[in-house]
Every structure is written in C-alpha cells, then in structure tokens.
Design a protein around this ligand. Structure first.
Ligand code: HEC
Length: 156
C-alpha cells in the first residue's frame, strides 16, 4: 500500500513536471534559433523581424512546404477544391489567438498536445515520420514561420 501511494505520488509529480515544461520552455536545439515558450506562446519573432503575410499565404498552399490547407479551412478560394477539415477552421484565427500563440502552434504544436497529428514545422528532434529530406532540418525556415504568423494573424 505504501509503495502504491509512493508510485502514485511520483506519477503525479512527473505529470505536472511535463505540463510545466510545455507551458514554459527555453528551447535550444542545434540547428535552430533559440526561442522562449511562455503560457503556450512564443512572443518574440524567431528572426527578430515581422514576416510577410503575402508570402505566408503562398506557403499555406504550397505542397512540400506549409501545405496547411490539406488540414485546415483557410480563405484561399483558388485551392477551395483541396481544402481539408482535419484541423480547426483558421478563417478567423487571428481574432482568436495572439501572434505569439499562433507562432507556438506552428513551431511545435506538440507542446500543447503531445498527441496532435499536426506536424511541428520548426523542430529537428522528434521528426520521426517525415520524409528523409527533412531529417536534421526543420520543415520551414524561421523566415517562413514568421511569414505564416503574419498571414494567420491577419485572418480576422
Ligand atoms: C496533418 C494535418 C495538419 C496540418 C498539415 C497542419 N495542421 Fe494545424 N492543426 C491540426 C490539428 C488537428 C489541430 C488541432 C490542434 C490539436 O490537434 O491539438 C491544428 C491546430 C492548428 C492551430 C490552432 C488553431 C486553434 O484554433 O486553436 C493553428 C494556428 C494551426 N494549426 C496552424 C497551422 C499552419 C499554419 C499549418 C501549415 C504550416 C498547419 N496548421 C498544418 C492539423 C494540421
């Protein structure tokens, strides 16, 4: 009985630790620019500069890059025929999430939900189900992440 209680306490402790880690983290991975996660958001631009929304819109529909539309509804009429609905509708995401919250969800949505099927676009560790051309480099450059943040933040 004693042992069981101790084990349960240990489990609880490790569960709250991993939650705390995801909520706040100082992420430094080789090959990536460092960034800070706080309250499930990355407040600062990865590049230190704002992104280009027009470029972000183009990335969102480009296969092999963002290709966000395979899972998300977005107001991009020219690809309406191939828009998926696996993820939430992003038509008004800029009114619902702050730019920092959007940035974290593009960089690594696993910090919020370990089970999510959404890929982490700015991550090198834990990419075990992606094409080999992405091995050891993130799926998107920091500039491309910022372009997507600028585009999504404009959707209100
Ligand atoms: C394989 C499907 C898939 C792809 C591709 C994908 N997402 Fe997602 N996304 C999801 C799912 C599912 C969620 C819901 C969150 C979860 O699973 O925890 C989500 C959540 C989000 C959210 C949070 C929305 C909210 O209302 O909370 C944002 C922002 C987002 N995705 C942006 C993007 C962007 C930008 C891209 C392209 C660079 C992208 N996603 C590509 C599946 C995907």
């Amino acid at each position: 009985m004693r042992l069981t209680l101790a084990a349960a306490a240990l489990l609880l402790a490790s569960a709250s630790l991993s939650t705390a880690l995801a909520q706040t983290a100082d992420v430094r991975e080789p090959g990536l620019l460092p960034y800070m996660v706080k309250d499930y958001a990355i407040e600062k631009s990865l590049t230190g500069k704002p992104g280009d929304a027009a470029n972000g819109r183009a990335l969102a529909i480009t296969s092999g890059q963002g290709n966000c539309v395979i899972c998300h509804k977005m107001p991009i009429p020219e690809v309406a025929f191939r828009i998926g609905n696996v993820g939430p509708d992003l038509t008004e995401v800029g009114g619902r999430l702050t730019p920092g919250e959007i940035r974290m969800r593009i960089v690594n949505p696993k910090l919020l939900n370990e089970e999510t099927i959404m890929p982490a676009y700015y991550r090198v560790n834990g990419l075990n189900r992606v094409a080999t051309r992405f091995a050891n480099k993130p799926m998107l450059t920091p500039e491309q992440v910022e372009d997507l943040v600028a585009y999504l933040s404009s959707l209100k």
